[in-house]
Every structure is written in C-alpha cells, then in structure tokens.
Design a protein around this ligand. Structure first.
Ligand code: XMP
Length: 517
C-alpha cells in the first residue's frame, strides 16, 4: 500500500493511478490524515501530492515533521516537495522565476536513485511559483532547472526524496521511471498488484462479506455493473441473481449482449424483465427533457423494485434471505465524495434511490477501490466480451434522451439503426479509444426536404455528437476525419429510410452538454 496524501491538487488521483500502473496498490488520503492514522495503515510509502497553494499562503496545508520520523519512505511532488523541504529545515522562497509547462531539467551528475540511468538533460512538466532554494540537511540535490535551483533531492538512507516537477503527467518524459525508481529503489516496494491479484482479493472480500446470504444486482448494460456482477458471481456463484430491466431504450444489440453473451461468459443467474411497453406508455406524449428523465427514472425503480421483490420471495421460499445489493461504485466517486463510508451512501442513493424502506439491502461494492481502466482489465480477466468491456459511457435514460421530441417505438428503431452505423464506422476506423462517446441524436420533430433515389423526401436529421473527454465534466468535439464522417453520412442516409440529413455537432462542453437533453 502506498498512500498519496492529497494537498488539494487535481493530480492526486493521477498519481495514485501511476503508482498502480507500476503494480503497487495505492490510495488517496486527505492531507488532514494524522501521523497515528498513517502508522495504523502501515503503508510501504507516502507520496505528498502537488497542491494549488504556496507554502507561504495563509492556511496553506503543512506537513507534520513527525511524518518523516515514522520511518515510512516519502516522496514529495511539487507542493508536497516544498512542504517536505520546509518541514525538514530547507528553504523555500519566492524566487520570482515561476515555471509553467514543459521545462528542461538538468541532472547534477551525482549518484541518484531517482534518476538512475536516465539522460542528463530531460524535459519535465513544471507548475510552480515558489522554489526550494536550499535542500534540508542530509539531502543530495540531484537535479535543477532554470527556475528551480533545487528541482530534486534525495536522502536514500532515510528513504526520503522529492521533485519539483510532476512525474505523473505524460509531458514529463521519464516521469514514470522516476516514480518507479522511488517506489522500488528508494522505498523497496514490490510490483505485486496485478489484475489477477485484484480479482483474487475481491473474490475473497465478497465471500467474507456475503457469507451464505443471497445477493441481487441490477445490470444496466454498462461496463461497471457488468464487471461488478461478474466478480460477485465468481465469488458466490448462484447466491447472486442479476436483474436486467429491458426498457427498450438501449442501443442495437445491447440487450442481447447482456442476455446472451454476458450470461454465457459468466454463467450468472439472470432475471430479464421485458418492460418495453411500460416505458413507451410512460413516455407517450412527453417531450420535455426533465419530465422524460423523471418518467424513465420512476419507471425504472418501480420495475426494479418489483423484480427484487420476486427475487426476495423466491429465496424466501427456499428459506434463504437476500441481504445484499451489488453496486458498481468506482474509486473516483469514493474519493470525490470524501473517502469514508458516507461516500458510498451518496452514490448508492443516487442509483437505487427510491427503493422503499421494507426493501433495503446492504451494499456490496467490489469496484470501490478501482479506476475505470482497472475495471476494464478486471472485466477482461473475468472473460467478459470486448463489446461489454469497452462499451462507451451511455446515459441511464438511454436513447430516450437522444430523441428530441416524443419517444415512440418507430423513432427508437430509426435511431437504433443510425446509431449502429455510426458505431460500426467509428470502430472500423479505429477511433473507439480516442473518442469518449458519440451520441447520435434524432431530431424527431424537425423535418427537411431531400432527394433520395428519384423522389423528393421529407425526412428527419440526425446529429453526430462525437466528443473527447477525460471525465465527462468537460469535453471537446472530436476531430473525426472527414472520410469517416462521409462514410457514416452516406450509409445512414442510404440505409435508414426516415433520415435524409446527417449533421455534426461542433460544440465543446461547456457551453453544450454532451447529451442533447
Ligand atoms: P452531459 O450531457 O451532462 O453528460 O454532458 C455527461 C456524461 O454523463 C452521461 N449522462 C448520464 N449518465 N445517467 C447516467 O448514468 C444520466 O441520466 C445521464 N445523463 C448524461 C452522458 O452520456 C455523458 O457521458
């Protein structure tokens, strides 16, 4: 275990991911963590992250010097580096020469564990105003830059080191190597955290939590719930029942992938509820986006509730109890909502909010410690098909919020066909991993004149909304090559009768959201 102490930068989660990429398990903890709490967790190392503030700013978070007397190896990055220097008796000053962005770094040439075998000149990513001007006693200065006379220091005997630059960002040429040198050479960590070890560990934890009780899990068709369910299935087999509510708002082939491919890959016991009619009825005449979302959410929870009750009753008939509900909560949700147990509640409320009091379950969250890329690796390890593991993010209300206007069965069929063509062509062009997602939106209440074959048509436009993003909070429209767009457009207008125009949305987020409703 490596603890990344978060000083409020956007970088702490990224550092934790990089540590995990080196096959060492790591978690983010707030900077308010005490020395006793650190010792209780017995980490192999600490990493002090960057932070937005100057160590001189009022209220700037400080590091208790006692941290460095615990014998736990520590690595300071950017703000963490300066805070470490200050705590140990070095000097941090406003030098007036801040550095931001790509910066040349020069090694001092002295023996260095951090930079072992790396080039004397290298490019690093900097972002600082203050600089360390004198290293604390016992440390060797191993690199410098124009604006940071002490850009790296290390005291390998005490297991302490730090760098002014950001090794975790890709713009730092040898960042991962520097981080791994700290982990393996300075801190003596070992690269044992692998995908199969994660599966093994989670399987054990789920077994310990669930015991002989029964578990229920709602499958959405998305990757998180699929991987969570597959893990729990691996752990407790037929004690798990999955519920898949087919609301008819999924994309082409997705329901089949859940009902057939997922079941074939996992052997999971699946209860499918065909609620397509019910959702269409609830959506009849509804055009307002919020009303649509609410209607879909309300129907979903009612149908799920009914199915869960049936699972409970069926178990009861065998003298068994259903006590647990599986949730695909991921690590970023846990960190962002503050870490502890309360965090899980916020997210789960969100997902199954609305279950009545007489139908409450304890949560099983086997992905709580994982980032999305790790969830995908675990999914592959568990033998899930690529189509599920690499599925794009897809909104809960599904195609319902991609039909602008009333949702009808005919319109869903049109959108499903157009969407399938766009997906096929983007996949064929090898763009799946570059594009975050590409909603296809049917402007069902707009018509335009066209000519198809030798006749005049009066059809509907679809909008392609390919975006690139890190986390869906912000996004930019993807520069999909013109020839790929041309193929999508030609195929949709040829193959989907009701559509006679294909348009491209070139709005970033903000100001536009990713979805149209
Ligand atoms: P927006 O449209 O807000 O979407 O930019 C951001 C991301 O969230 C997805 N999205 C949803 N996901 N339930 C979900 O589970 C929803 O109601 C929902 N609405 C939007 C959207 O696809 C994008 O990835």
């Amino acid at each position: 275990l490596v603890l990344v102490v978060d000083f409020g930068a956007q970088y702490a989660q990224l550092i934790a991911r990089r540590v995990r990429e080196a096959h060492v398990y790591s978690e983010v903890v707030p900077h308010t963590i005490t020395v006793a709490e650190i010792e209780a967790r017995a980490p192999k190392a600490l990493i002090l992250s960057g932070g937005p503030s100057s160590v001189y700013a009022e209220g700037a978070p400080v590091v208790d010097p006692a941290v460095f007397e615990t014998g736990v190896p520590a690595f300071g990055i950017c703000y963490g580096f300066q805070a470490m220097a200050q705590a140990l008796g070095g000097t941090v000053a406003h030098t007036g020469s801040s550095e931001f962005g790509r910066t040349p770094l020069r090694l001092s040439g002295t023996d260095s564990a951090l930079f072992h075998g790396l080039p004397v000149e290298q490019s690093v990513w900097m972002s600082h105003g203050d600089a360390v001007t004198a290293a604390p006693g016992g440390f060797t200065v191993t690199a410098s830059s124009a604006g940071a006379p002490v850009a790296a220091f290390e005291d390998t005997a005490r297991g302490l080191a730090g760098v002014q630059f950001h090794p975790e960002v890709l713009h730092t040429a040898h960042g991962q190597a520097v981080l791994e040198h700290f982990l393996f050479e300075v801190a003596g960590a070992r690269p044992t955290w692998t995908t199969d070890s994660i599966v093994e560990e989670q399987v054990e934890l789920v077994r310990a939590q669930v015991g002989g009780k029964r578990v229920v899990c709602g499958l959405s068709g998305g990757v998180d719930s699929a991987v969570a369910a597959a893990l729990v299935q691996r752990a407790v087999g037929d004690q798990l029942t999955c519920v898949f509510v087919d609301h008819g708002l999924l994309r082409k082939d997705e329901a089949r992938q859940v009902e057939e491919d997922f079941v074939a890959a996992t052997g999971v016991r699946l209860k499918v509820v065909d609620a397509r009619e019910r959702f269409l009825t609830a959506l009849a005449g509804v055009t307002d986006p919020e009303t649509k979302r609410k209607a879909i959410g309300r129907e979903f929870i009612r149908v799920f509730e009914q199915a869960a009750r049936e699972v409970v009753e069926e178990a009861g008939a065998h003298g068994e109890q259903v006590e647990f509900l599986v949730q695909g909560t991921l690590y970023p949700d846990v960190v962002e909502s503050g870490g502890g147990a309360g965090a899980a509640t916020i997210k789960s409320h969100h997902n199954v909010g609305g279950l009545p009091d007489d139908l409450q379950f304890a949560l099983v969250e086997p992905l709580r410690a994982l980032f999305k890329d790790e969830v995908r690796k675990v999914g592959l390890e568990l033998g899930l098909p690529d189509e599920i593991v690499w599925r794009q993010p897809f909104p809960g209300p599904g195609l319902g919020i991609r039909i602008i206007g009333e949702v009808t069965e005919e319109r869903l069929a049109v959108l499903r066909d157009a969407d399938a063509i766009a997906r096929e062509e983007l996949t064929a062009a090898g763009l799946d991993r570059e594009i975050w997602q590409c909603p296809v939106v049917l402007l069902a209440e707009v018509r335009s004149v066209g000519v198809q074959g030798d006749g005049r048509t009066y059809g509907h436009p679809v909008v392609l909304r390919p975006v690139s993003s890190e986390d869906a909070m912000t996004a930019d429209w993807s520069r999909v090559p013109y020839d790929v767009l041309a193929r999508i457009s030609t195929r949709i207008t040829n193959e989907v009768r009701a559509v006679n125009r294909v348009t491209l949305d070139i709005t970033s987020k903000p100001p536009g959201t990713i979805e149209w409703e």
